[in-house]
Design a binder for this molecule. Structure first.
Ligand SMILES: [Ca+2]
Ligand SMILES: [Ca+2]
Length: 240
């Protein structure tokens, strides 16, 4: 019994800290389930949540969250995980709709976007201008450009992540090898070597990190949760 009570207190403390840990923009809100909503299930919404503690790229880190992308297979637009050093700091944002609160509509122009930055997008809506495939997909992005040449869909042309489940996301940065590794539902979906400090962040080692999301004409509820609060074995038991 005591153990159960202590466990509840622990969850409450972590949950309370989790709430105060994020700087929320747009439609981002704390949810009753301890998660953080990025967008409600309405058109033309944009929400961003930045953790108030910066990351130091000179150190190894691994970040693990559950992401929920909605329950309508034809919804939109998706979530990005972002690390950035934009001059606007904790108030940095990109465009709505296909840009997911991160990027800019025109990859060749200087429109508003989060820059300099690195992001992983979990894209649930096809936008031909951004070179999206017809299916949902994961892609690596840089410096506020939403357009991408490669993507991951698990080799499934009907891949769908708006399935009313929480998905396990993990991002790892390994400084000695300058290596980024991204896991999605336990599988490696992106691996790459990049001198983030030297080539992306102009020698700066401290970066802001968080999640961005938006909707357009199509929409879905989209949110994220600290993984250790969920801690349910078996991914498909995490129905959200
Ligand atoms: Ca979909
Ligand atoms: Ca898209």
């Amino acid at each position: 019994m005591l153990k159960a009570v202590l466990h509840l207190v622990f969850i409450f403390l972590i949950g309370a800290r989790g709430y105060s840990q994020y700087h929320l923009l747009g439609t981002a809100r704390n949810m009753d389930n301890g998660c953080i909503q990025l967008t409600p299930d309405i058109p033309y919404a944009e929400g961003i949540a930045y953790n108030t503690t910066k990351l130091d790229l000179e150190n190894y880190f691994e970040i693990q969250f559950d992401l929920y992308l909605g329950d309508k297979e034809e919804g939109a637009d998706g979530i990005t995980f972002v690390i950035h050093n934009d001059i606007r700091g904790f108030d940095a944002f990109g465009q709505w709709g296909e840009c997911m609160g991160y990027g800019r509509f025109n990859p060749y122009g200087n429109g508003n976007s989060i820059d300099p930055s690195v992001a992983i997008e979990f894209d649930t809506y096809q936008n031909v201008f951004q070179n999206d495939p017809a299916c949902d997909h994961v892609a690596y992005l840089e410096n506020g450009v939403s357009q991408h040449q490669t993507f991951w869909n698990g080799g499934n042309e009907a891949y769908n992540i708006e399935d009313n489940y929480r998905h396990d996301f993990r991002f790892r940065w390994d400084p000695p090898d300058q290596r980024i590794t991204v896991y999605w539902d336990g599988e490696i979906v992106y691996e790459g070597n990049r001198d983030l400090i030297g080539d992306v962040f102009d020698g700066n080692t401290e970066v802001i990190w968080g999640f961005t999301a938006s909707t357009g004409r199509a929409h879905n509820l989209q949110y994220f949760c600290l993984r250790r609060l969920v801690d349910v074995p078996g991914l498909k038991t995490n129905k959200g």
